[in-house]
Design a protein around this ligand. Structure first.
Ligand code: ADP
Ligand code: MG
Ligand code: ZN
Length: 418
């Protein structure tokens, strides 16, 4: 496709209707428009999509987007088409004639963007198709999926490192909201982005208040927490098992909360209906496993609650990050008990897999424990985990209410003073 817009700013205004770029969006876009590679670490909701969509509109050729979730792909393509962008996808949900039409449009240079599922891209035939057309940029979204030790590993992502040699001269960009140093390094190495410029935004979400309570009667505590929130607040409650999701949703309903369940064991039509109610109506509480949330763009989620311990700080950050995307005050609340720790250690021990893998899972859990057990600022601990130094935040439970350290402190002080 010939370039459709002379400048990034023109594409931003005309296609997306936005006034100005946010944070380091503009710098990352410039780098790619000029033909350089980029690694982009920005929190969810920061606006990573524009970082590859705009170069695809400004540079001649078609932008290739690798994206792991078919639902996400469909949403993005629909939104782009609604904005007049010539976007399409190739994935396993398509019938052959549909696919052929997309391939034809690509080869004719009639597409601005083509979204491809990673498993399609591992096919030699897909790669040779792409080689017969012209790419403007290669974007690898959710790039942390390349990390074997991360929480979302996709084997097909491992082959994406070859794209640099298969499409020489095409700028590549890897994007993720998972930000540990280790993941960052792994993305850069495995995707062979040695020459890339790195764009790292602050991961702080200052409008989210972090609260972690000792777990005693989680459902009752959850109910009390929800009732303490402004009436008809939309929220997400995460639980570990499908059974717990169903029971918790049921319990909340009996207590007059407009709660719905969401997990992979539910019929897809029920899941779709619950999701659309959550998105459309005010004040729906979605009780869900972590199957719910990726790609859900609801700006006014007022709280995210965990009644079970997340397996990693990365997971906790992603899940709590779904609260308060509109920048208005929001709460991340969790009930934390040692029982969860014991159970998760057992699960790790009993899981198949190599020793080194289990060790990694154990380390993820340890970091999560450190966040739960800290008497210091939660946000400082969280951001510190992602390598970002910060001071005490004033907007978490430990900052707002000095933790209950009397039990330990008083006897210690007595001992010291004798
Ligand atoms: P991410 O992939 O980083 O989670 P998205 O690309 O999905 O974020 O963008 C999140 C939201 O922010 C979208 O609704 C998007 O349209 C909006 N957005 C992105 N950039 C801007 C901007 N410069 N000005 C206003 N809104 C923006
Ligand atoms: Mg995104
Ligand atoms: Zn704090």
């Amino acid at each position: 496709a010939p370039a459709r817009y002379a400048t990034s700013a023109e594409a931003l205004h005309t296609v997306f209707g936005y006034e100005s770029f946010r944070g380091n969006q503009a710098a990352a876009i410039d780098q790619i428009v000029q033909g350089g590679d980029a690694v982009v670490l920005m929190p969810t909701g920061a606006g990573k999509s524009l970082i590859y969509q705009i170069p695809a509109l400004v540079r001649p050729g078609t932008g290739l987007v690798v994206s792991p979730l078919i639902a996400l792909m469909h949403d993005q393509v629909d939104a782009l088409v609604a904005n007049g962008v010539r976007a399409a996808y190739l994935n396993s949900t398509q019938a052959a004639p549909q696919r052929a039409a997309v391939e034809g449009a690509y080869l004719a240079g009639e597409l601005d963007l083509i979204y491809v599922a990673p498993e399609r891209l591992s096919n030699a035939s897909t790669r040779s198709l792409l080689q017969r057309g012209t790419l403007s940029v290669i974007a690898i979204d959710e790039a942390h999926c390349v990390s074997q030790w991360g929480h979302d590993f996709r084997p097909d992502y491992l082959t994406l490192g070859e794209l640099g040699t298969q499409f020489p001269g095409v700028p590549r960009v890897a994007l993720t909201a998972t930000a540990t140093d280790a993941t960052h390094r792994e993305i850069t190495e495995r995707l062979r982005l040695n020459e890339a410029q790195h764009f790292v935004a602050s991961f702080d979400r200052p409008n989210i208040q972090y609260r972690i309570d000792p777990k005693v009667e989680p459902r009752k505590q959850l109910l009390a927490f929800i009732r303490s929130q402004p009436e008809r607040s939309a929220g997400i409650v995460y639980a570990l098992s499908r059974k717990s999701v169903d029971q918790t949703a049921e319990y909340l309903r009996t207590q007059g909360i407009d709660a719905l369940a969401y997990h992979a064991g539910l019929d897809s039509s029920i899941r779709a209906a619950h999701q659309s109610r959550f998105l459309r109506d005010d004040g729906v509480v979605m009780v869900a496993t972590i199957a719910f949330g990726m790609g859900i763009d609801k700006p006014d989620v007022r709280f995210v609650a965990h009644i079970d311990l997340p397996k990693s700080v990365e997971g906790y950050y992603q899940e709590t990050g779904r609260a308060g995307r509109d920048g208005e005050p929001a709460v991340a609340w969790m009930a934390y008990g040692l029982g969860d720790v014991v159970q998760q250690r057992r699960m790790i021990d009993q899981s198949p897999g190599e020793r080194s893998y289990k060790m990694r899972l154990g380390q993820h859990l340890d970091a999560m424990l450190a966040l739960c057990e800290t008497v210091g600022c939660r946000r400082q601990n969280l951001l510190g985990y992602f390598g970002e130094p910060s001071g005490a935040c004033g907007n978490c439970d430990t900052c707002l209410e000095a933790p209950d350290t009397w039990d330990g402190l008083v006897p210690a002080q007595k001992l010291l003073s004798t």
